[in-house]
Design a protein around this ligand. Sequence first.
Ligand code: ATP
Ligand code: MG
Length: 469
Amino acid sequence: MKIDSLRIQLLCWLLLPLAGIAALNIWLTYHSADHVADTITDRTLIASARSIAEQTAVTQGVIDVQVPPAALEMFNTGDADHVYYRVESHHGRLLAGYPDLPLPPQLPPTMRPAYYTGEYRDLPLHLVAISQPVVGAGAASPITVVVGVTLNSHDVMLRDLWTGAVGQQLALLLGAALLAMIGLNRGLAPLLRLRKAVLRRRSDELVAFDPQAVQRELRPLTEALNQYMKRVEQQMAAQRRFVGNAAHQLKTPLTLLSTQATYALRTADAAERQETLQALQANTRQTSRLANQLLILARAEPGSRRPRHELIDLAAAARQVLEQQADRAVQLGLDLSLTEPDEPALVTGDGMMIREMVVNLVDNALRYTPAGGAVAVSVGRRDQICVLRVADSGPGIPPAERERVFERFYRVADNAGEGSGLGLAIVREICLAAGGAVRLLDPPEGRGTLVEVTLPATAAAADGRTGRG
Ligand SMILES: Nc1ncnc2c1ncn2[C@@H]1O[C@H](COP(=O)(O)OP(=O)(O)OP(=O)(O)O)[C@@H](O)[C@H]1O
Ligand SMILES: [Mg+2]
């Protein structure tokens, strides 16, 4: 069983060993109480036996045993104990008492008591036997005096001594548990307050928590929480900026569309109307492309699409894109070519997104390269990396702009062509999601643009299946 309550865990660590110690203590106390009760019983037994022995004397040649009442009354503690005695001559002749009271296994030497236990009339007894010389008794001396007592008083004594100790131990344990609970509650209070504060917050309330409000051990938690909120805050700000920009970008062409439509409806001149409608059509195409780019960027963002791990042949993906763009290249008067690697360039990722990445790179090259130029796409392998390069002979991107063009909605200032400034942002987002990178390299011969995408290569599967569709 897994205990996930900190309170229970700490209490267990504290109270279980304490309970173990208390149990050991109770066991030890029982034995020492038993020993004390034994000693007291033995002392009373020997006192009783001695007083019987001392009252024994020879009167007119006969051994006379006088049992003094005090010798038996000293056992009268109100616990209804039975006392038995037996006095015998040296030859084993019964002089007084109970003839079948058990004797010790070995008769004790003179003046030395022998303590033992036995059973008499079905009751357990503690007994003592002593040997006592009697002056004038001749061969009958020394006599043996045995006194035995039932265990009632002994057991009551043991119980009293022991239960007191047990009570103390339990009270101590209870006290420790109570104090531990209070201590834990006090110790956990700042953490619970922090929890309450987190739960009470609105989802957009991302102000840092005060790390000093909790104990030193918990500060890393508050700091981690604060760092996390900071990241969320930054993310939220970026999202707000993006939505604002997107709305702005959509608003301009939509306003234009509305103006163009109004103008087309108003004008009486057929040629003018035709021209306006054509402009409106181009504008619609652009706006729809913008919406499409926005959609793809949203999909490329981490967490927006279920992560896919398809095996993709990068050369096949490039070939597919180039086939789609071939007619356009011819119309634009551009030479579009593809160089494929000898060995397969396999990568793992989202097939649709990887193709979308190639589309954006080829689209840029075709869009910004003047007629008569060339666009060369190449796919290759460098150790464990697949490389896709798109080179064109166009105007190029100034080195100072090479980082900024990857920003969302950023377009180079003197760029006359159509576009929303999202293409390279989409490319970078897709590269990052696939564990790769994209950068702009210095073009060979100093002119044109060279974009390089690097993606981690995947070893070819045994059956050679690749995701192309
Ligand atoms: N091959 C290229 N040659 C010259 N300039 C380029 C090339 N590729 C990108 N650029 C410059 O970088 C800018 C950003 O490119 P990006 O693809 O992100 O946006 P876009 O092409 O303007 O719009 P779209 O979202 O429609 O692709 C472009 O506006 C352009 O100025
Ligand atoms: Mg573009």
